[in-house]
Design a protein around this ligand. Structure first.
Ligand code: ASP
Length: 370
Protein backbone atom coordinates (compact mmCIF):
# COMPACT_ATOMS: atom_id res chain seq x y z
CA UNK A 1 0.00 0.00 0.00
CA UNK A 2 1.43 3.37 -0.99
CA UNK A 3 0.48 6.48 0.96
CA UNK A 4 1.45 10.08 0.43
CA UNK A 5 2.94 11.28 3.70
CA UNK A 6 3.99 14.68 4.93
CA UNK A 7 7.08 14.53 7.06
CA UNK A 8 5.83 16.98 9.61
CA UNK A 9 3.91 16.90 12.82
CA UNK A 10 2.61 20.44 12.49
CA UNK A 11 -0.12 19.64 9.97
CA UNK A 12 -1.66 16.75 11.85
CA UNK A 13 -5.33 16.65 12.74
CA UNK A 14 -5.30 17.10 16.44
CA UNK A 15 -6.65 20.59 17.07
CA UNK A 16 -8.32 21.59 13.81
CA UNK A 17 -10.35 24.79 13.91
CA UNK A 18 -11.05 25.47 17.49
CA UNK A 19 -12.28 29.04 17.30
CA UNK A 20 -13.77 28.92 20.76
CA UNK A 21 -10.53 28.19 22.44
CA UNK A 22 -8.85 30.99 24.24
CA UNK A 23 -5.67 32.54 22.95
CA UNK A 24 -3.81 30.93 25.80
CA UNK A 25 -4.73 27.44 24.58
CA UNK A 26 -3.69 28.30 21.03
CA UNK A 27 -0.35 29.50 22.28
CA UNK A 28 0.00 26.29 24.24
CA UNK A 29 -0.76 24.25 21.13
CA UNK A 30 1.86 26.21 19.19
CA UNK A 31 4.56 25.71 21.73
CA UNK A 32 3.90 22.00 22.00
CA UNK A 33 3.79 21.51 18.24
CA UNK A 34 0.20 20.32 18.34
CA UNK A 35 -1.47 23.21 16.55
CA UNK A 36 -3.02 21.68 13.50
CA UNK A 37 -4.29 23.45 10.48
CA UNK A 38 -4.40 22.85 6.79
CA UNK A 39 -1.34 24.34 5.13
CA UNK A 40 -2.03 27.62 3.36
CA UNK A 41 -2.44 27.34 -0.43
CA UNK A 42 1.00 28.80 -1.04
CA UNK A 43 2.52 26.09 1.14
CA UNK A 44 0.61 23.40 -0.74
CA UNK A 45 1.76 24.80 -4.09
CA UNK A 46 5.38 24.87 -3.09
CA UNK A 47 5.00 21.37 -1.70
CA UNK A 48 3.83 20.16 -5.10
CA UNK A 49 7.00 21.56 -6.65
CA UNK A 50 9.14 19.39 -4.42
CA UNK A 51 10.73 16.23 -5.82
CA UNK A 52 9.17 12.96 -4.71
CA UNK A 53 11.09 10.38 -2.71
CA UNK A 54 9.60 6.92 -2.31
CA UNK A 55 10.22 5.03 0.92
CA UNK A 56 9.85 1.28 0.81
CA UNK A 57 9.76 0.05 4.39
CA UNK A 58 10.65 -3.55 5.18
CA UNK A 59 11.14 -3.51 8.98
CA UNK A 60 14.31 -4.07 11.01
CA UNK A 61 15.67 -2.28 14.04
CA UNK A 62 14.96 1.14 12.54
CA UNK A 63 11.26 0.31 13.05
CA UNK A 64 11.55 -1.46 16.37
CA UNK A 65 10.23 -0.05 19.61
CA UNK A 66 9.67 -1.91 22.85
CA UNK A 67 7.52 -4.83 21.71
CA UNK A 68 6.19 -3.14 18.58
CA UNK A 69 7.24 -2.03 15.11
CA UNK A 70 6.74 1.43 13.62
CA UNK A 71 5.43 1.62 10.08
CA UNK A 72 7.34 3.39 7.32
CA UNK A 73 4.74 6.11 7.44
CA UNK A 74 5.45 6.67 11.12
CA UNK A 75 9.18 6.80 10.42
CA UNK A 76 8.72 9.55 7.83
CA UNK A 77 6.15 11.42 9.91
CA UNK A 78 8.53 11.40 12.85
CA UNK A 79 11.13 13.30 10.85
CA UNK A 80 10.00 16.94 10.63
CA UNK A 81 13.38 17.98 9.17
CA UNK A 82 12.53 15.99 6.04
CA UNK A 83 9.35 17.98 5.33
CA UNK A 84 10.89 20.90 3.46
CA UNK A 85 13.15 18.66 1.36
CA UNK A 86 10.72 16.52 -0.64
CA UNK A 87 7.30 14.95 -1.00
CA UNK A 88 7.08 11.40 0.24
CA UNK A 89 5.23 8.33 -0.79
CA UNK A 90 5.59 5.45 1.61
CA UNK A 91 4.98 1.79 0.99
CA UNK A 92 4.92 -0.88 3.68
CA UNK A 93 6.58 -3.70 1.77
CA UNK A 94 6.94 -5.85 4.90
CA UNK A 95 7.60 -5.28 8.58
CA UNK A 96 9.98 -8.03 9.64
CA UNK A 97 13.50 -8.64 10.91
CA UNK A 98 15.82 -8.74 7.94
CA UNK A 99 16.63 -12.40 8.49
CA UNK A 100 13.03 -13.13 7.53
CA UNK A 101 13.20 -11.49 4.09
CA UNK A 102 12.78 -14.20 1.46
CA UNK A 103 14.21 -14.67 -2.02
CA UNK A 104 10.71 -14.34 -3.30
CA UNK A 105 10.46 -10.92 -1.66
CA UNK A 106 13.77 -9.90 -3.25
CA UNK A 107 12.33 -10.60 -6.67
CA UNK A 108 9.18 -8.62 -5.84
CA UNK A 109 11.18 -5.77 -4.34
CA UNK A 110 13.40 -5.44 -7.41
CA UNK A 111 10.34 -5.62 -9.71
CA UNK A 112 8.56 -3.00 -7.63
CA UNK A 113 11.53 -0.64 -7.81
CA UNK A 114 11.68 -1.17 -11.55
CA UNK A 115 7.95 -0.47 -11.83
CA UNK A 116 8.25 2.73 -9.77
CA UNK A 117 11.10 4.13 -11.84
CA UNK A 118 9.47 3.09 -15.11
CA UNK A 119 6.17 4.81 -14.20
CA UNK A 120 4.82 8.09 -15.56
CA UNK A 121 5.78 10.10 -12.50
CA UNK A 122 8.87 8.34 -11.17
CA UNK A 123 10.29 9.30 -7.79
CA UNK A 124 13.73 10.94 -7.86
CA UNK A 125 14.98 8.18 -5.62
CA UNK A 126 13.93 5.22 -3.52
CA UNK A 127 14.89 4.52 0.06
CA UNK A 128 14.61 0.97 1.37
CA UNK A 129 14.45 0.82 5.16
CA UNK A 130 15.78 -2.57 6.19
CA UNK A 131 17.18 -4.55 9.08
CA UNK A 132 20.94 -4.34 9.24
CA UNK A 133 21.65 -8.07 9.58
CA UNK A 134 21.15 -8.83 5.89
CA UNK A 135 21.14 -5.31 4.51
CA UNK A 136 24.34 -5.91 2.53
CA UNK A 137 22.70 -8.85 0.76
CA UNK A 138 19.56 -7.01 -0.25
CA UNK A 139 21.60 -4.02 -1.41
CA UNK A 140 23.79 -6.22 -3.65
CA UNK A 141 20.79 -8.08 -5.05
CA UNK A 142 19.12 -4.76 -5.91
CA UNK A 143 22.36 -3.44 -7.35
CA UNK A 144 22.67 -6.38 -9.73
CA UNK A 145 19.06 -6.15 -10.84
CA UNK A 146 18.75 -2.37 -11.08
CA UNK A 147 18.16 -0.91 -14.53
CA UNK A 148 17.89 2.76 -13.69
CA UNK A 149 20.36 5.49 -12.96
CA UNK A 150 18.27 6.69 -10.07
CA UNK A 151 19.32 6.41 -6.45
CA UNK A 152 18.39 3.36 -4.42
CA UNK A 153 19.52 3.85 -0.84
CA UNK A 154 19.26 1.04 1.69
CA UNK A 155 19.33 2.19 5.29
CA UNK A 156 18.43 1.07 8.80
CA UNK A 157 19.52 1.53 12.37
CA UNK A 158 21.70 -0.13 14.95
CA UNK A 159 19.60 1.20 17.82
CA UNK A 160 15.88 0.67 18.16
CA UNK A 161 13.62 3.66 17.54
CA UNK A 162 12.77 3.75 21.25
CA UNK A 163 16.40 3.73 22.48
CA UNK A 164 18.33 6.76 23.64
CA UNK A 165 20.52 7.95 20.79
CA UNK A 166 18.57 6.02 18.15
CA UNK A 167 20.37 6.39 14.82
CA UNK A 168 17.37 5.63 12.58
CA UNK A 169 16.14 9.22 12.14
CA UNK A 170 19.59 10.52 11.15
CA UNK A 171 20.15 7.60 8.77
CA UNK A 172 16.76 8.14 7.15
CA UNK A 173 17.27 11.89 6.84
CA UNK A 174 20.73 11.38 5.34
CA UNK A 175 19.30 8.83 2.92
CA UNK A 176 16.72 11.37 1.77
CA UNK A 177 19.48 13.94 1.28
CA UNK A 178 21.44 11.37 -0.72
CA UNK A 179 18.39 10.41 -2.81
CA UNK A 180 18.05 14.09 -3.72
CA UNK A 181 21.72 14.40 -4.72
CA UNK A 182 21.86 14.89 -8.46
CA UNK A 183 24.65 12.36 -8.98
CA UNK A 184 23.66 9.61 -6.56
CA UNK A 185 22.07 7.56 -9.35
CA UNK A 186 25.48 6.75 -10.79
CA UNK A 187 26.42 4.81 -7.64
CA UNK A 188 23.99 1.96 -8.16
CA UNK A 189 22.38 0.68 -4.97
CA UNK A 190 24.16 1.89 -1.86
CA UNK A 191 23.96 1.42 1.90
CA UNK A 192 23.90 4.54 4.02
CA UNK A 193 24.67 4.06 7.71
CA UNK A 194 26.30 6.29 10.30
CA UNK A 195 26.83 9.21 7.86
CA UNK A 196 28.74 7.01 5.42
CA UNK A 197 27.72 5.79 1.97
CA UNK A 198 28.91 2.34 0.92
CA UNK A 199 28.79 0.55 -2.42
CA UNK A 200 26.45 -2.46 -2.36
CA UNK A 201 29.10 -4.83 -3.71
CA UNK A 202 31.66 -4.16 -1.00
CA UNK A 203 29.65 -3.23 2.07
CA UNK A 204 29.67 -5.62 5.04
CA UNK A 205 28.34 -5.53 8.55
CA UNK A 206 31.40 -5.91 10.77
CA UNK A 207 29.98 -5.41 14.25
CA UNK A 208 26.92 -6.73 16.05
CA UNK A 209 25.97 -3.55 17.87
CA UNK A 210 28.15 -0.47 17.29
CA UNK A 211 26.89 2.50 15.31
CA UNK A 212 29.87 2.22 12.96
CA UNK A 213 28.94 -1.37 12.15
CA UNK A 214 29.38 -1.05 8.38
CA UNK A 215 32.52 -0.94 6.31
CA UNK A 216 33.64 -1.54 2.76
CA UNK A 217 37.00 -3.29 3.33
CA UNK A 218 39.71 -2.27 0.91
CA UNK A 219 37.52 0.34 -0.75
CA UNK A 220 36.03 2.55 1.94
CA UNK A 221 32.89 4.64 1.67
CA UNK A 222 31.92 6.19 -1.68
CA UNK A 223 30.70 9.30 0.04
CA UNK A 224 29.69 10.93 3.29
CA UNK A 225 26.64 12.76 4.55
CA UNK A 226 28.24 15.73 6.26
CA UNK A 227 26.13 18.27 8.15
CA UNK A 228 26.40 20.84 5.36
CA UNK A 229 26.24 18.59 2.30
CA UNK A 230 26.33 15.07 0.96
CA UNK A 231 29.70 14.55 -0.70
CA UNK A 232 30.38 11.76 -3.19
CA UNK A 233 33.91 10.55 -3.88
CA UNK A 234 35.37 11.68 -7.15
CA UNK A 235 36.79 8.28 -8.02
CA UNK A 236 33.45 6.44 -8.20
CA UNK A 237 32.92 5.12 -11.72
CA UNK A 238 29.96 6.13 -13.83
CA UNK A 239 27.39 3.39 -14.02
CA UNK A 240 25.94 2.28 -17.33
CA UNK A 241 22.26 3.06 -17.38
CA UNK A 242 19.37 1.41 -19.10
CA UNK A 243 20.07 -2.27 -18.63
CA UNK A 244 20.22 -4.34 -15.47
CA UNK A 245 23.14 -6.70 -15.04
CA UNK A 246 20.48 -9.36 -14.52
CA UNK A 247 17.00 -8.93 -15.89
CA UNK A 248 14.43 -10.54 -13.62
CA UNK A 249 11.61 -10.41 -16.11
CA UNK A 250 9.99 -13.82 -16.30
CA UNK A 251 11.94 -15.10 -13.29
CA UNK A 252 9.82 -16.04 -10.31
CA UNK A 253 12.26 -18.30 -8.51
CA UNK A 254 16.00 -18.27 -7.90
CA UNK A 255 18.06 -21.44 -8.07
CA UNK A 256 19.10 -22.95 -4.77
CA UNK A 257 22.67 -22.08 -3.83
CA UNK A 258 24.11 -23.06 -0.45
CA UNK A 259 27.08 -21.67 1.46
CA UNK A 260 29.24 -24.26 3.22
CA UNK A 261 31.94 -23.28 5.70
CA UNK A 262 35.39 -24.84 5.65
CA UNK A 263 37.03 -25.39 9.02
CA UNK A 264 39.37 -27.86 10.64
CA UNK A 265 37.85 -31.31 10.82
CA UNK A 266 34.94 -30.56 8.49
CA UNK A 267 33.82 -33.55 6.49
CA UNK A 268 31.89 -33.48 3.23
CA UNK A 269 28.52 -34.34 4.79
CA UNK A 270 27.01 -30.86 4.43
CA UNK A 271 28.19 -30.56 0.82
CA UNK A 272 26.64 -33.92 -0.02
CA UNK A 273 23.45 -32.90 1.83
CA UNK A 274 23.27 -29.67 -0.21
CA UNK A 275 23.50 -31.65 -3.45
CA UNK A 276 20.87 -34.04 -2.14
CA UNK A 277 18.61 -31.09 -1.29
CA UNK A 278 18.74 -29.93 -4.90
CA UNK A 279 21.38 -27.19 -4.78
CA UNK A 280 22.42 -26.02 -8.24
CA UNK A 281 25.35 -24.18 -6.77
CA UNK A 282 27.62 -24.38 -3.72
CA UNK A 283 29.70 -21.51 -2.39
CA UNK A 284 32.53 -22.67 -0.18
CA UNK A 285 33.52 -20.18 2.51
CA UNK A 286 37.03 -21.51 2.25
CA UNK A 287 39.93 -21.28 4.63
CA UNK A 288 42.44 -18.81 3.23
CA UNK A 289 42.48 -18.54 -0.54
CA UNK A 290 40.26 -21.42 -1.56
CA UNK A 291 41.24 -24.20 0.82
CA UNK A 292 39.12 -26.90 2.43
CA UNK A 293 39.60 -30.23 4.16
CA UNK A 294 40.36 -33.28 1.99
CA UNK A 295 36.89 -34.74 2.51
CA UNK A 296 35.21 -31.44 1.66
CA UNK A 297 37.34 -31.34 -1.46
CA UNK A 298 36.24 -34.86 -2.39
CA UNK A 299 32.59 -33.89 -1.84
CA UNK A 300 33.03 -30.77 -3.99
CA UNK A 301 34.41 -32.94 -6.78
CA UNK A 302 31.37 -35.22 -6.51
CA UNK A 303 29.14 -32.14 -6.59
CA UNK A 304 30.85 -30.93 -9.77
CA UNK A 305 30.42 -34.35 -11.34
CA UNK A 306 26.71 -34.15 -10.50
CA UNK A 307 26.52 -30.85 -12.41
CA UNK A 308 26.52 -28.53 -9.40
CA UNK A 309 28.46 -25.31 -9.86
CA UNK A 310 31.09 -24.75 -7.17
CA UNK A 311 32.48 -21.33 -6.24
CA UNK A 312 35.20 -20.86 -3.70
CA UNK A 313 35.13 -17.67 -1.66
CA UNK A 314 37.05 -16.95 1.52
CA UNK A 315 36.03 -16.79 5.15
CA UNK A 316 38.90 -14.37 5.89
CA UNK A 317 36.91 -11.22 5.16
CA UNK A 318 39.41 -9.62 2.79
CA UNK A 319 41.44 -10.49 -0.28
CA UNK A 320 40.68 -12.53 -3.39
CA UNK A 321 40.16 -16.10 -4.41
CA UNK A 322 41.10 -15.75 -8.08
CA UNK A 323 38.08 -16.16 -10.33
CA UNK A 324 39.98 -18.21 -12.87
CA UNK A 325 40.44 -20.57 -9.95
CA UNK A 326 44.19 -20.53 -9.49
CA UNK A 327 43.56 -23.58 -7.38
CA UNK A 328 46.35 -26.12 -7.72
CA UNK A 329 44.14 -29.11 -8.11
CA UNK A 330 42.55 -31.27 -10.74
CA UNK A 331 39.32 -29.30 -10.51
CA UNK A 332 40.99 -26.05 -11.57
CA UNK A 333 38.91 -24.71 -14.37
CA UNK A 334 35.81 -26.48 -13.17
CA UNK A 335 35.67 -24.63 -9.87
CA UNK A 336 35.35 -20.88 -9.85
CA UNK A 337 36.87 -18.42 -7.43
CA UNK A 338 34.67 -15.62 -6.07
CA UNK A 339 37.31 -12.90 -6.47
CA UNK A 340 36.89 -10.54 -3.53
CA UNK A 341 33.18 -11.21 -3.04
CA UNK A 342 32.19 -12.34 0.43
CA UNK A 343 30.47 -15.74 0.64
CA UNK A 344 26.92 -14.27 0.89
CA UNK A 345 27.55 -12.01 -2.09
CA UNK A 346 29.13 -14.77 -4.14
CA UNK A 347 25.96 -16.74 -3.46
CA UNK A 348 23.77 -13.90 -4.75
CA UNK A 349 25.85 -13.49 -7.90
CA UNK A 350 25.82 -17.25 -8.50
CA UNK A 351 22.03 -17.46 -8.03
CA UNK A 352 21.53 -14.71 -10.58
CA UNK A 353 24.20 -16.05 -12.93
CA UNK A 354 22.56 -19.47 -12.90
CA UNK A 355 19.35 -17.91 -14.22
CA UNK A 356 21.36 -17.22 -17.39
CA UNK A 357 23.80 -20.06 -17.79
CA UNK A 358 25.55 -23.07 -16.26
CA UNK A 359 28.44 -22.89 -18.69
CA UNK A 360 31.71 -22.60 -16.70
CA UNK A 361 33.27 -20.10 -19.13
CA UNK A 362 30.20 -17.87 -19.12
CA UNK A 363 29.96 -18.10 -15.35
CA UNK A 364 33.61 -17.16 -15.04
CA UNK A 365 33.00 -14.18 -17.27
CA UNK A 366 30.06 -13.07 -15.14
CA UNK A 367 32.15 -13.37 -11.97
CA UNK A 368 34.93 -11.34 -13.58
CA UNK A 369 32.51 -8.59 -14.59
CA UNK A 370 30.54 -8.29 -11.36
N1 ASP B 1 17.56 -7.88 13.82
C1 ASP B 1 17.57 -6.66 13.06
C2 ASP B 1 17.32 -6.96 11.60
O1 ASP B 1 18.25 -7.19 10.85
C3 ASP B 1 18.82 -5.96 13.26
C4 ASP B 1 18.83 -4.59 12.70
O2 ASP B 1 17.95 -4.14 11.99
O3 ASP B 1 19.80 -3.90 13.05
O4 ASP B 1 16.20 -6.92 11.21
Amino acid sequence: MTRMVRATRVWGNRCVWMPVLSAAVVVLCFTTGLLAQEPPDSARDSELDLPRVHVLATGGTISNTEGDRLTGEELVRGLPEAGPLARYTVEQFSNVASGAITLDQWIRMASRIHELFAGDDPPVGIIVTHGTDTMEETAYFLDLTLAWCRPVVVTGAMRRASMAGADGPANLLNSIRLALHGEAGRLGAVVLMNDEIFPAREVVKVHTSRMNAFEAPGVGPVGVADPDSVVLSRHVGVRECGAAAFDLQGIDELPRVEIIHAHLGADGALIRAAVEAGARGIVLASVGRGGSTPDQFAALREAREAGVVVVRSSRTGAGRVPVGSGARDELAGAILGAGDLTPPKARILLMLALTLTSDPDELRDLFLRH
